[in-house]
Design a protein around this ligand. Structure first.
Ligand SMILES: [Zn+2]
Length: 166
């Protein structure tokens, strides 16, 4: 890695860490080593990074409320991206996450028991979407439901109807 390349990646890593993204995600996104990212984290946030595993996407889609919020997040992200690559467009994810937070407050979901995804959870969900672990399907009611690949169909979170293979 050239010095210039490394500097650019360091600046990008610092931006992402300021947003609250986990060091493991930042390392993946920038190609910097885990140790280098942890060091940047300590400098940026004046604290050691939290450790622990990222949640898996299935655990984030357990409740009806969480499924509806994930539909919202996917819808915004899909609108923003130009092409559906099999890689996350982090810049668009940042934007989508901001819109998502605005919409939540518009819908008066803040401070309710609804699931408010963190930026890290949003990343996990969008990754599942771009790698096609999760896909969207449309219900007869007009609502959108999320389906997990190779799993039993999830009922529509809006009307409760069982989804069939169409
Ligand atoms: Zn429905």
């Amino acid at each position: 890695m050239s010095t210039l390349d490394k500097s650019r990646k360091t600046v990008r890593a610092a931006e992402l860490l300021e947003l609250g993204l986990r060091t493991s995600i930042v390392a993946q996104e920038t190609g910097l080593t885990a140790e280098a990212v942890r060091q940047i984290h300590r400098e940026v946030n004046k604290a050691s990074p939290k450790s622990g595993q990222l949640p898996d996407f299935e655990s984030l889609l357990k409740t009806k409320c969480a499924q509806i919020e994930a539909v919202l997040l996917f819808a915004i992200y899909s609108k923003l991206i130009q092409n559906n690559h099999n890689k996350i467009d982090l810049q668009q994810l940042q934007k989508a996450y901001c819109f998502y937070q605005e919409l939540r407050s518009e819908l008066k979901l803040t401070n309710t028991s609804w699931k408010n995804f963190t930026i890290n959870e949003a990343w996990v969900l969008i990754r599942a979407f771009v790698t096609q672990q999760v896909s969207q399907s449309w219900c007869q009611c007009g609502g959108c439901s999320l389906q997990l690949r190779d799993r039993q169909k999830i009922k529509c979170p809006f009307c409760g109807q069982k989804q069939t293979d169409a």
